[in-house]
Design a protein around this ligand. Sequence first.
Ligand code: NAD
Ligand code: UDP
Length: 321
Amino acid sequence: MSRKRVLITGAAGFLGSHLCDRFIAEGCHVIGMDNLITGDMANIEHLMPLENFEFYHHDVSKFVHVSGELDYILHFASPASPIDYLKIPIQTLKVGSLGIHNLLGLAKEKNARVLIASTSEVYGDPHVHPQPESYWGNVNPVGPRGVYDEAKRFQEAMTMAYHTYHGLETRIVRIFNTYGPRMRLNDGRVLPAFIGQALRGEDLTVFGDGSQTRSFCYVDDLVEGIYRLLLSDCAEPVNVGNPDEITIGEFAEEIIKLTGTTQKVIYQDLPTDDPKQRRPDIAKAKEILGWEPKVSREEGLKITYEYFRSLPEEKLFKREH
Ligand code: NAD
Ligand code: UDP
């Protein structure tokens, strides 16, 4: 049987690079595409010498051409951390709109199955808790986070339209806060922020009073859920995340304990429209995919901390914002 050919956009990013590893391990031919706007070639340098890996340096918001056949397209290109998408708001809107249009067009031409990375942010600051896929969300379209949330909502609508009107095979994964090795230390997300602060001997910055909640999923669990969803026949959106919910204040205490830092917590203003609570309802993933997370936060945090500790000093002290 010939090798499956897979296009992964956002390949040099955190999640994209782990997906490349998984599909290579499954014996596929992987084409990674990235414009490196928030990614890092270091995440995929180990794949570059492989004959079943190719890398295209390309902005997917511009016309996308790939030679040869494609079985699967996984669209993960997009700025993903609040600091990133607030810094590059127009590119964020473009990759979620023009980018997905280009990729769906490519999928139609190649008769490929498409899986898109959507997000828990489609639920906005949710009034329903935990969030099931049937909840339509509470998003402020013109607030600062609107550039990301609305791009992702549009991306879902466009994907569903290609499924309904063109019969394209599509999958939509709604990803909840995921962490692990290869996150960018300075991307502003809470886990790299806290661990970076602990490693640099700085105080940990909790935004607001720290009572807002998140539910953190280890990257290997997420990748397994995505892989199963791709191979399933479910075109409806599916939540993939870890329902183990924690307040950000408690999370800061866990990082202090993990790293052994003697620094303290300091409080800063809560960003506009920061969701107050977030926890996935994963009943659908359990039923349809037979999936649930396996890695505890304690275990996942240890692995991630070791990764950040092993980074060269220049990465630890690199300031981006
Ligand atoms: P990341 O910033 O590490 O990776 C995104 C990658 O996309 C980067 O390598 C970046 O250079 C690339 N990219 C951005 N715009 C591009 C464009 N126009 N053309 C080509 N490449 C482009 O972020 P991540 O955490 O790996 O997120 C990956 C995807 O998963 C995103 O779509 C994000 O919205 C989604 N997601 C992530 C999380 C999470 O917790 N990590 C949660 C929900 C959704
Ligand atoms: N957060 C924080 N300190 C930081 C960075 C983030 O308290 O240095 C908070 C942020 O306000 C939010 C939570 O941590 O309530 C998760 O933020 P992140 O940017 O990781 O993800 P998202 O808000 O997209 O879930």
